[in-house]
Ligand binder design. Structure first.
Ligand code: GLA
Length: 395
């Protein structure tokens, strides 16, 4: 009898964790798209900012292009009340978080918020450690659709346990809340976070630079430029899929630290990596070049391809690389990537894409928005310095 009861208990536990995993994985079937305050505004967040960003996204083509989640990052929270409830900055958010969430929803967008698995967030605000279920219930009441959950002040805490606890708290609310794990890749979340989070950061923070090898002031390594982030994605492609994505961090497109071709490369590579497309610029005042990049629907379609297979680097010769991603229609998205400072010819052979050499395939340029014709065996293009040529190849 005792053994029977134990078997039943084990089965119930196994089933509930399997159904929790399925529930988690049912969200973010394609990489989440949206906007987050941190890269441009850091701690300078307010109700006015979030509302005006929601207005802009709804009006400037971003929402139509697929950007959906409006996420307030760190610094919205100031303390806990006597009951331990998290309290928003009343001066900066006079309508409260619920008021802001309602406003974002009224624009046909979704609303996201930020917390941390430690006692304090990275900006020193109260974190969620020990308050996970209380916070999750609060978020659900406010109408939160997305939680970014950071990793500062966690001491010796085990990452998998910490993220599982918050995931369980979110699932227990019954509200579908996308869960964004921001653990910087330290404990290799790609090995354990499928079924716990919908996306996981794979690296430290991005900076708005093409490349950077600068060490931090305390001597630890290192500031990540866009290239350094990309290099850290090599080998991770097999871990991503619908409901569970590698996150190479939010985008810097439009923040001013890179040239237009460099930002085009950044955006193309994020689509290749099936990365969450979270814009991090001031979307209320975008240049035409920035808007053209962020709203390139052909490149977005690659990111959002329903097959959900992340692309990978298929060749590297010095500064010249080829990246490829299989698509649901049997085609391939291909990036000819010139990291160097002089223009160069880069070619991709069909055999690198898993196609036979004798095959003829149509090639389309996704930045020029032009069909280039039919090619057999390979395709070659001249690629400018710090630039990409991105094509779709369809047999
Ligand atoms: C960490 C995260 C960033 C941002 C800040 C906020 O550095 O990695 O993305 O959320 O904290 O303090």
């Amino acid at each position: 009898m005792r053994r029977f009861v134990m078997t039943v208990a084990v089965l119930i536990l196994a089933c509930s964790s399997a159904s929790g995993q399925a529930e988690r994985e049912s969200l973010a079937q394609t990489p989440p798209m949206g906007w987050n305050s941190w890269n441009k505004f850091a701690c300078n967040v307010s109700e006015d900012l979030i509302k005006s960003v929601a207005d802009a996204l709804a009006a400037n083509g971003m929402k139509d292009a697929g950007y959906q989640y409006v996420v307030i990052d760190d610094c919205w929270q100031v303390k806990r009340d006597d009951q331990g409830n998290i309290v928003a900055d009343a001066q900066r958010f006079p309508s409260g978080i619920k008021g802001v969430a309602d406003y974002v929803h009224s624009k046909g967008l979704k609303f996201g918020i930020y917390s941390d698995a430690g006692a304090k967030t990275c900006a020193g605000r109260p974190g969620s450690q020990g308050h996970e279920f209380q916070d999750a219930i609060q978020y659900a009441k406010w109408g939160v659709d997305y939680l970014k959950y950071d990793w500062c002040s966690t001491g010796t805490r085990n990452a998998q346990e910490a993220y599982e606890t918050m995931n369980n708290a979110l699932l227990a609310t019954g509200r579908p809340i996308v869960f964004s794990i921001c653990e910087w890749g330290t404990a290799k979340p790609w090995l354990w976070a499928k079924g716990i989070g919908n996306l996981w950061r794979t690296t430290g923070d991005i900076t708005d630079k093409w490349s950077s090898k600068r060490k931090w002031d305390d001597g630890t390594c290192c500031e990540n430029g866009m290239l350094e982030i990309v290099d850290q994605q090599v080998g991770l492609d097999s871990f991503a899929g619908p409901g569970h994505w590698n996150d190479p961090d939010m985008m810097e497109v439009g923040n001013g630290g890179m040239t237009t071709p460099e930002y085009r490369a950044h955006f193309s590579l994020w689509a290749m990596l099936a990365a969450p497309l979270i814009s991090g610029n001031d979307v209320r005042s975008m240049s035409p070049e920035t808007k053209e990049i962020l709203e390139n629907k052909e490149v977005i379609a690659v990111d959002q391809d329903p097959l959900g297979r992340e692309g990978r680097r298929v060749s590297k010769q010095g500064e010249l690389e080829v990246w490829a991603r299989p698509l649901k229609d049997g085609g391939r998205a291909v990036i000819l990537f010139n990291r160097g400072t002089v223009a160069a010819n880069i070619s991709v052979a069909w055999e690198q894409l898993g196609y036979p050499d004798h095959l003829s395939a149509e090639v389309r340029d996704m930045w020029e928005h032009k069909d280039l014709g039919s090619f057999k065996g390979n395709y070659q293009a001249n690629v400018g310095p710090h630039s990409v040529v991105m094509v779709k190849i369809l047999p």
